[in-house]
Design a protein around this ligand. Structure first.
Ligand SMILES: [Zn+2]
Length: 149
């Protein structure tokens, strides 16, 4: 139906659908942007003396097909840039932890460092002291103790 000669042309319905999809994408982007603003403002409001974030190699992460979608959707880079900006604006120290700092692999309770920790392990279980803690919480505690060298 939408063939004109040997070329395909967009029907009105397709044009309408494309417009709808574009509007949805814009709305989604706005929702993500709004979320990043809300979260970073909430963090700044707690008046921390400093914020430590990992130096995440986003370009490396984007190469991992399992990670890339969630990484780009969550706008890690934008989140960090916003966090840094709000810290500077509010006189809060912003620190980027070295990308080799084992924030996830280290036990926040005893300091033991695991040699391996797969991304699917969402709970940190220490084979040394037996601590059981949410993976992200464990990493957060370690980052909060990060010492700048
Ligand atoms: Zn431990």
């Amino acid at each position: 139906m939408n063939k004109q000669g040997d070329k395909y042309i967009k029907t009105n319905n397709i044009i309408k659908l494309e417009t709808k999809i574009n509007i949805l994408h814009k709305r989604l982007n706005n929702i993500h942007l709004d979320y990043r603003h809300k979260v970073t403002t909430e963090i700044v409001k707690t008046k921390p003396f400093r914020v430590v974030m990992e130096k995440l190699d986003v370009t490396q992460m984007l190469k991992n097909k399992h990670l890339s979608q969630s990484v780009s959707k969550q706008g890690f880079y934008e989140f960090k840039a916003l966090m840094k900006y709000k810290c500077e604006k509010n006189g809060i120290k912003f620190i980027e932890a070295d990308e080799w700092y084992p924030s996830s692999k280290t036990c926040s309770k005893c300091g033991y460092v695991k040699s391996k920790l797969s991304l699917s392990e969402r709970t940190f279980i220490c084979e040394c002291c037996g601590a059981v803690i949410d993976r992200d919480k464990n990493a957060s505690i370690n980052l909060s103790r990060y010492e700048v060298s």
